[in-house]
Design a protein around this ligand. Structure first.
Ligand SMILES: O=C(O)CC1=CCC(=O)O1
Length: 96
C-alpha cells in the first residue's frame, strides 16, 4: 500500500542546537534504514519549507502508523497522510 506523507517540522525555538542536531542525526539514520528496507520509497524536500513530502510502501495502516509515530522527530512534526493507488494512465512499472 502506497501513501504520500507530508511532514512539517517545527522544533521549539528554545531547543539547544546540540539537541536539535542529535535529533536530526537519529532521524536521518532511521529514515535511511527505512529506505534500505524499502518502506520509505521517496523523500523530497519542499522548496522553501522545513518540510518534506515522502512516499511510503507498507502492508497496512497499522504499519504506517507504527513507523511514523516511531520517528525521532515525530513529536515535532505535523503530518498529512494521503492513500495512493495506481493511476490508469501511468506507464511506470513501479507505480504499484
Ligand atoms: O527534515 C525533514 O524533513 C525531516 C526528516 C525526515 C527524514 C529526515 O532525515 O529528516
Amino acid at each position: 500500500m502506497l501513501f504520500q506523507v507530508e511532514m512539517e517540522v517545527r522544533l521549539p525555538h528554545d531547543m539547544a542546537p546540540s539537541a536539535a542536531d542529535e535529533l536530526k542525526r537519529v532521524e536521518r539514520e532511521r529514515a535511511q534504514q527505512l529506505m534500505r528496507d524499502g518502506k520509505w520509497r521517496h523523500l523530497w524536500r519542499v522548496v522553501g519549507h522545513y518540510s518534506n513530502t515522502s512516499i511510503f510502501d507498507v502492508t497496512s495502516h497499522d504499519e504506517l502508523h507504527a513507523i511514523l509515530t516511531s520517528l525521532p522527530l515525530f513529536p515535532f512534526m505535523t503530518m498529512k497522510v494521503t492513500p495512493l493507488c495506481r493511476h490508469p494512465s501511468s506507464i511506470r512499472e513501479d507505480d504499484t
